[in-house]
Ligand binder design. Structure first.
Ligand code: ADP
Ligand code: MG
Ligand code: MG
Length: 518
């Protein structure tokens, strides 16, 4: 098998003092530059005031990544943005897929109902903002390397704030530390691309903020970050917040953080106004009132954020308000794995997938369609359709299932079922609900090695698997389809030990990394 770990890169650091020195330098740089998270609850016992920060887990070297794959993933992002803007506007398409999964999935069903309720009274805000992240792994097929999409995130796409800092950490180490190793790495041998993920995402939020315009009542306008209680990844969000404030130049854009659980306590719709402006009164000074221009959800993506019906009322309040939601309920639903499966499923006779053609029908869309299609791997429904029945046969066969991952319609990591565990899991689910899942071929990246420094200081050396995420920001009009803003917004590289199936950093599996183009 071809390996990305050519020659002596990255070095194995078998001299203890070399490892120690690199670890110390990385730890200090990370804290000094905000490449940090809150400590896990177990070690935060003495941090009731929330004063402590600990470094985010990182690799000590940027992982090798094929340049052509990196460039392809970046280049296709604005086309993906537009595709998902179009999907978000196609209620018939989404409704049909929701129907297929909702029987076995109350969460998706509840989201859809929020949309229907708002639709009935009429949406007042036509603009929707997407801060997207399209995730890929490099698939090795013989000597051919090709990016294959893992998933497309349409809600709470995280790590943009820490990712640009990880790139800076590796650039710093490349300049100051790697040349001093026993096997020195000359800086000129490392191609480390710029990564403006923080500014990229902030530009999307700022575009929506400006597009909202002024308050008809003379309130100052603001961006509201809706966050989870007890969020550990708070500095990632803070970096983004600072960048949004900065994007206002001399007039900083007001940004507030509000736990999603507090939406009903601290926001209301402007009384007796047809436009349902969303007003926010900061708890520290309720005499102040801001009109929310952008409601940015870093929460609300999974059932855990909706413990009571009040949480659904909160989501409904955001959705029916005049605030530009990031994302709307429909855009969140566009991120269902079921949508990705539908886009990727070609007719039995071969050719391009009809769902992809539905959204990219014109000759002017042809190159986008081809570029997007290239990034797909095989994904199958598990419903009672002919394709679904064929996939069921694979998923329940102990030898065939080893090449697959089964996914429910969930976000945030830790929800998938891998390989040999699939048949057993299916046996616990009533067959009429199997259609709520999709079956996806495993992507197999070429072998690579690196050294991971965990947040608790533990060091792991060995085989790794990398997942590239490319951010995209898109602002569009749900009525007219006009795209007001569409940009690629930097990248994320997450790396995990090659024995781990899941890759999420926040979920505790992966770590932050950056690319060394090869
Ligand atoms: P989530 O929305 O929970 O992040 P993902 O689809 O990204 O769900 O799956 C979580 C993780 O599982 C990924 O980060 C990746 O490490 C692994 N994974 C998912 N799909 C595949 C696949 N087709 N091949 C290999 N690994 C996968
Ligand atoms: Mg996801
Ligand atoms: Mg993911």
């Amino acid at each position: 098998m071809a390996s990305l770990t050519g020659g002596s890169y990255p070095p194995s650091l078998d001299k203890p003092h070399e490892l120690e020195r690199l670890v110390q330098t990385a730890k200090d740089w990370a804290i000094a530059n905000g490449l940090a998270v809150r400590p896990p609850p177990a070690s935060a016992g003495n941090d009731e005031e929330g004063m402590l920060a600990t470094m985010a887990p990182v690799t000590l070297f940027p992982s090798p990544f094929p340049k052509s794959c990196f460039e392809e993933a970046k280049a296709v992002q604005t086309q993906y943005n537009e595709l998902y803007a179009r999907i978000s506007r196609d209620e018939e398409f989404l409704g049909h897929l929701v129907q297929q999964v909702a029987g076995g999935d109350d969460f998706i069903d509840s989201l859809w109902k929020v949309h229907l309720r708002v639709k009935e009274e009429g949406y007042v805000q036509n603009l929707t903002l997407g801060l997207f992240r399209s995730d890929y792994m490099v698939h090795q097929d013989g000597n051919k390397l090709q990016i294959k999409q893992v998933e497309f995130n349409t809600i709470a796409s995280s790590f943009g704030g820490l990712s640009s800092r990880t790139s800076l950490l590796h650039k710093y180490l490349a300049k100051t530390e790697y040349p001093l190793l026993g096997n020195p790495i000359p800086p000129s041998s490392l191609e480390l691309p710029e990564n403006r993920s923080t500014e990229g995402l902030a530009a999307g939020l700022a575009a929506a903020f400006h597009a909202y315009g002024k308050s008809a009542y003379g309130y100052p306008t603001c961006v509201l970050f809706l966050v989870q209680d007890g969020e550990r990844n708070v500095f990632d969000q803070r970096h983004l917040e600072y960048a949004v404030q900065n994007a206002g130049g001399d007039e900083p854009i007001p940004v507030f953080r509000l736990p999603f659980s507090q939406v009903l306590a601290h926001t209301q719709l402007a009384p007796s106004s047809q436009r349902r402006e969303l007003l926010y009164r900061p708890p520290h000074n309720p005499a102040l009132a801001f009109e929310v221009a952008v409601a940015y959800l870093r929460a609300g993506y999974g059932p855990g954020d909706y413990p009571t019906s009040a949480a659904w009322d909160a989501r409904y309040q955001l959705e029916r308000s005049n605030a530009i939601t990031c994302p709307s309920v429909l855009t969140q639903l566009a991120g269902m794995k079921k949508v990705q499966q539908e886009l990727a499923t070609a007719p039995e006779s071969g050719g391009e997938p009809p769902a992809l053609r539905r959204f990219l029908p014109d000759s002017s869309d042809a190159s986008a369609l081809a570029a997007i299609h290239r990034t797909f791997t095989n994904i199958y429904p598990l419903d009672a359709s002919p394709a679904g029945l064929a996939a069921r046969a694979i998923a329940t066969d102990p030898s065939q299932c080893l090449r697959y991952v089964m996914k429910p319609q969930r976000e945030g990591g830790g929800n998938n079922v891998y390989k040999s565990a699939i048949p057993q899991r299916l046996s616990t689910i009533p067959e009429e609900h199997w259609g709520s899942y999709i079956l996806m071929e495993l992507i197999t990246p070429p072998p690579a090695t690196n050294t991971i420094l965990r947040g608790n200081g533990q060091v792991e050396q060995g085989g790794v698997i990398c997942e590239l995420g490319v951010y995209g920001t898109c602002l569009w009009d749900r009525e007219t389809g006009k795209v007001v803003h569409n940009e690629e917004g930097g990248y994320l590289l997450r790396t995990k030990g090659d024995q781990s199936e899941e890759g999420g950093v926040a979920a505790g599996y992966g770590c932050m990394d950056s690319v060394r183009l090869v």
